[in-house]
Design a protein around this ligand. Structure first.
Ligand SMILES: Nc1ncnc2c1ncn2[C@@H]1O[C@H](COP(=O)(O)OP(=O)(O)OP(=O)(O)O)[C@@H](O)[C@H]1O
Ligand SMILES: [Mg+2]
Length: 1006
């Protein structure tokens, strides 16, 4: 099955397109110019140039476009002939050709069999060049001309000379010339090279080099191609991880990416990752041009990896030094290898390596890997970090299982020491997979199977993959149970206890009721199975974790009791970090019982103790709960400091995505988002990954949306595209992202979308059998705000039925928000200032919806948020100013407006600023930012422009009156004045003028 990629939107080439468009401007203004567009095969030269061609045609250019073909020198003027043939339909071109026999001979019907011969004579060539120049000049007199010559790397000598000739001879003609060529084909002695060098010395010639597309652009392109394709029913879907993998493999090459995608969605699932045959053949055709020794070096280098160490490849290739050097030089000249640093080479493109590697014969591959293994096992090589990991791969590929096992263990330890848990997990997992196939695994590994499993699981969790850790630990537990049952040797009870304890702990962090229930069960079974005497830290920790799991049932007495036992056991075993862990649980209970001061005291102590004991997992857990308790109390400064320290610790040790590692990071962000240090908050958010491929990353990216949406940053759209696949993922609480998507839609005036997104967010926060959470309040308020807008519109339009329906819906949302605030699941919960602020906002929005937009209600919102939540305060002042204006308190309204505008500007909160501008225009308070208006509109007063904007939005006089706080009579007077000034016969015509003059592209009144 073949994927046909639609000629969809062009992505990621704005700058290059911009440069080529200025070329068109120059040509139109009578300055002849040329551009040479270069880039690797498939990078997107043709796509870019076809975009320019399309735009040029739209601007009235005569476009001549021809292509060179791989036939090379055998057919002179091939691209020119191609261009003329393509354009000969147009009468202008046909006429111009008919008077130039030299040129019409290039056309099929004009051939007289003398072309090739004629070309050899210098005279014929001069005639030809003269004719082309004459033709272009004649055409350019009528309309500007764009001449495109594609794939000049294949051009014949005459065409190359013609390009030089035209670039030199054209000056004041309205002609633009664009040539394209492949950089990767242009080896050192390629005949186009000197031509390019010479042309680029001319002031009228520019070079546009197409770099690989940015990963985000490529991802966007593939997603678009896929969307098109999926409608035509593709057998396979693709998720974010797979998409990311494709993007990484394609390395910015649009063509490669499309080929990989086509193979992926259309191919046999077992071969999804294989290089598509067509692409492999294409890549290999470049290799086959090389000498045998050069090919041999490439094959060896392909086995070595993407980056090939010079000395290693030489040794493995078995070539003498001078032979080897000549071969490498050849590969470099042909642009297949590129020097990288002083001691190595990389393949020009990763897929090129894949192709060469895939082309190796099975025996050849095994032998080369074995050679690599023996070279890499030399101790001085092995001492270089990263070598053990490579060695493991080579051993595996050459069927040396014991070698692979030992190397994987070594690589795992190395990765752990470097704070790279994902890699450590991968290596340990590989060793686990080989365990059964090695003679004395315990001896080589220096540990038991269960211990290695535990280590692997812990590293998986540390890297953010808790699900994987849980899976591994469950299997280990089953294996131990089976071992006990069958009486196969003694069970190590302490090791079994650690496995059970970690399983329970990770299950708790998954945030899902079923997992939590399993956690309680596992923790309890582990407590029972672990001997209490003699005192051990393992027993103490099992008890502490059991106490932690009991939190899910809100049985605070039981939690306190077991946490206290955990404390005692930890003291007895001399394990202060386990004490700290139990203290965190106690602090958490205090917090949930509404005794936040006590909570902060306990958590502070726990935090200190964990830090002193240098046990990072516990420290992060303590830091998270402590920072959150400060934040809940509204002490953003202290919370921020604690979260910051936690973030630093997590990132330094590779635990940024571990449980509580992500949490401290987003709390750190939240503190600064709330306190208004937005440049700092933005820095933190910018550090959160955009192209997310795991749940913890998706969670961080969702956090970044707070600021990216509040500022209207374009990256929000990209974040959204990558987060979306996770919305249905297990363990991802999508309410934050969904709620923010709703806010985004509302800022953009898309009320329907805002309602749908907000409802989705509200739905995820509903937890049967208890009901809503405090986290429901915020999305409920967003939906309420949207309902209020709709209710106001309905009322203004006199549509009583819709008004009542909207108000009823708003009433229901208010109920939902109140229920969320009451938090039926945790009756002892006490709502912090942020929650109270949003709840008050729900009440105020409901008043607004009911037509009683009460300034007092908005004042109450300000009161609840307190002075700290800077952005929320500004947002509230915006609504307060509106309510005051409606009530006729203009001065007070203006004062609130000014304060809000000042904050919005300081925060660079553009959507809020636009909303304020809109209010300023409607209510005539404050000063809206001036938008440049066209001449036609200049005749209108600013008030009339507002009215016209609303006319264009299809509003009736009554609606206009309501939106602008004026009487309907006044609105109708404005309307007739506007029609008069614009010379428009009707509202429709006035609306058309508003659209044409760009008035309505400016944010309209909501
Ligand atoms: N910026 C882009 N946006 C969307 N699609 C693109 C972009 N660039 C390239 N493509 C797509 O990638 C494929 C290869 O691009 P294109 O044919 O333009 O490459 P090229 O550089 O002209 O290659 P060649 O050297 O082989 O002629 C095409 O399907 C094209 O539509
Ligand atoms: Mg092309």
């Amino acid at each position: 099955m073949v994927l046909r990629v639609p000629a969809g939107r062009m992505v990621g080439r704005d700058d290059e397109l911009g440069r080529l468009l200025t070329l068109l401007d120059d040509a139109e203004a009578g300055r002849s110019v040329a551009a040479l567009v270069s880039g690797d095969a498939g990078v997107g030269k043709t796509r870019l140039v076809s975009e320019v061609t399309r735009l040029a045609e739209g601007r009235g250019f005569t476009v001549l476009s021809g292509q060179c073909a791989e036939l090379g020198d055998s057919v002179p003027y091939l691209p020119l002939a191609d261009a003329l043939r393509g354009a000969a339909q147009s009468t202008g071109v046909r006429d111009a050709l008919s008077s130039r026999p030299a040129l019409s001979r290039l056309l099929p019907e004009g051939g007289d069999g003398q072309r090739a011969d004629e070309d050899r004579s210098g005279l014929a060539r001069q005639q030809m060049f003269g004719a082309v120049l004459g033709l272009l000049t004649e055409l350019a007199a009528a309309a500007p001309v764009l001449l495109v010559l594609e794939d000049l790397h294949w051009a014949d000598a005459s065409t190359r000379d013609l390009v030089t000739f035209l670039s030199r001879m054209l000056h004041r003609e309205r002609v633009a010339l664009i040539g394209t060529y492949r950089t990767d084909d242009l080896h050192r002695r390629h005949p186009l090279r000197p031509v390019v060098a010479e042309l680029l010395r001319l002031p009228s010639v520019i070079a546009v080099d197409l770099a690989p597309l940015a990963p985000s652009a490529l991802a966007e392109h593939l997603t678009a191609a896929l969307a098109e394709h999926l409608m035509a029913a593709a057998p396979n879907r693709i998720d974010a991880i797979e998409l990311n993998d494709l993007v990484a493999r394609a390395e910015g090459n649009a063509y490669y990416a499309e080929e990989l995608l086509a193979a992926f969605v259309g191919g046999d699932p077992a071969e999804r990752r294989a290089l598509p045959a067509g692409l492999a053949a294409l890549l290999l055709s470049r290799v086959e041009r090389l000498s045998d020794t050069a090919q041999r070096v490439l094959r060896t280098a392909a086995v070595a990896g993407r980056r090939a160490d010079d000395e290693l490849v030489r040794a493995a290739s078995g070539l003498a030094a001078d032979e080897y050097e000549a071969a490498v030089r050849e590969a470099v000249t042909h642009q297949l290898l590129v020097p990288d640093g002083t001691e190595g080479y990389v393949f020009r493109h990763a897929l090129l390596r894949e192709a060469v590697y895939g082309d190796l014969l099975p025996g050849e591959r095994t032998r080369l890997h074995a050679t690599m293994s023996s070279l890499l096992s030399e101790e001085q090589r092995l001492a270089v970090p990263g070598t053990a990991a490579e060695l493991a791969q080579h051993c595996l590929a050459s069927h040396d299982i014991p070698g692979a096992f030992a190397a994987s263990m070594r690589a795992g330890g190395e990765a752990e020491r470097l704070g790279a848990p994902a890699e450590a997990h991968r290596h340990y997992d590989e060793a686990l997979a080989l365990w059964e196939r090695v003679a004395e695994p315990e001896k080589t590994a220096g540990m038991a199977h269960g211990k290695l499993g535990l280590l692997s699981a812990a590293n998986a969790a540390d890297s953010g993959d808790v699900e994987r850790a849980v899976h591994l630990l469950r299997r280990l537990r089953q294996a131990i149970a089976a071992q006990a049952e069958q009486g196969e040797g003694p069970v190590d009870v302490i090791l079994a206890s650690r496995i059970g304890e970690r399983l329970a702990f990770y299950l708790m962090t998954i945030d899902d009721y079923k997992a939590a229930a399993e956690a309680v069960e596992v923790a309890w079974a582990t407590v029972e199975a672990t001997p209490a005497e003699p005192p051990t830290w393992q027993y103490a920790r099992t008890v502490a974790t059991y106490a932690n799991t009991l939190l899910i049932d809100d049985d605070f007495d039981a939690v306190r009791e077991w946490a206290a036992r955990g404390l005692d056991a930890a003291r007895a075993a001399g394990a202060p970090w386990v004490q700290a862990d139990a203290l965190v649980t106690l602090g958490f209970v205090s917090n949930r019982s509404g005794r936040n001061d006590e909570a902060i005291e306990l958590l502070t102590q726990a935090h200190k103790q964990a830090r002193e004991a240098k046990v990072l997992g516990v420290e992060l857990r303590a830091a998270y709960h402590l920072a959150r308790a400060h934040l809940e109390r509204g002490d953003l400064a202290t919370g921020g400091v604690v979260a910051y320290e936690g973030t630093m610790r997590a990132n330094q040790t590779g635990l940024g995505l571990a449980p509580y590692g992500t949490d401290v990071q987003h709390l750190h962000f939240q503190c600064h988002y709330a306190d208004g240090k937005w440049d700092h908050a933005q820095e933190i958010a910018d550090g959160f990954p955009v192209r997310v491929t795991s749940v913890p990353e998706a969670q961080l990216s969702s956090m970044a949306l707070f600021i990216d949406i509040a500022r209207g940053n374009p990256v929000a759209a990209e974040r959204r595209a990558w987060i979306e696949p996770f919305l249905s993922a297990h363990g991802f609480d999508g309410f934050i992202a969904r709620g923010l998507f709703a806010e985004h839609a509302l800022w953009q005036g898309d009320i329907e979308l805002a309602l749908a997104e907000a409802q989705a967010a509200i739905d995820v926060t509903f937890e049967p059998p208890w009901g809503y959470h405090p986290s429901t309040i915020r999305p409920a308020v967003i939906a309420l705000s949207a309902r209020a807008d709709l209710a106001i519109q309905a009322r203004a339009a006199g549509d009583d039925e819709s008004f009542r329906a909207e108000l009823a819906a708003a009433g229901e949302l208010l109920r939902v928000a109140r229920e969320g605030a009451a938090f039926p699941k945790r009756p002892k919960f006490i709502l912090g200032p942020e929650g109270r602020g949003w709840l008050a906002r729900a009440e105020a929005e409901y008043r607004r919806a009911s037509g009683d937009n009460d300034p007092q209600a908005w004042q109450a919102v300000l009161g609840e948020f307190g002075p700290d939540y800077v952005y929320e305060i500004a947002r509230t002042r915006w609504r307060l100013a509106e309510a005051l204006a409606e009530a006729g308190h203009r001065d007070e309204a203006a004062e609130q407006w000014r304060q809000a505008a000042r904050t919005a500007d300081r925060l660079a909160a553009r959507p809020l600023r636009r909303a304020l501008d809109d209010l300023a225009r409607r209510a005539r308070i404050g000063t809206a930012e001036q938008h440049g208006d066209s001449e036609v509109l200049a005749a209108l007063t600013s008030r009339e422009r507002e009215v016209l904007r609303l006319i264009a939005a299809g509003r009736s006089n009554k609606e206009i009156a309501s939106v602008l706080f004026i009487a309907p009579k006044t609105a109708s007077v404005h309307v007739s004045n506007i029609l008069g000034k614009l010379g428009a016969a009707s509202r429709t015509e006035a609306a058309a003028i508003a659209h044409r003059e760009g008035l309505v592209s400016q944010p309209s009144a909501r």
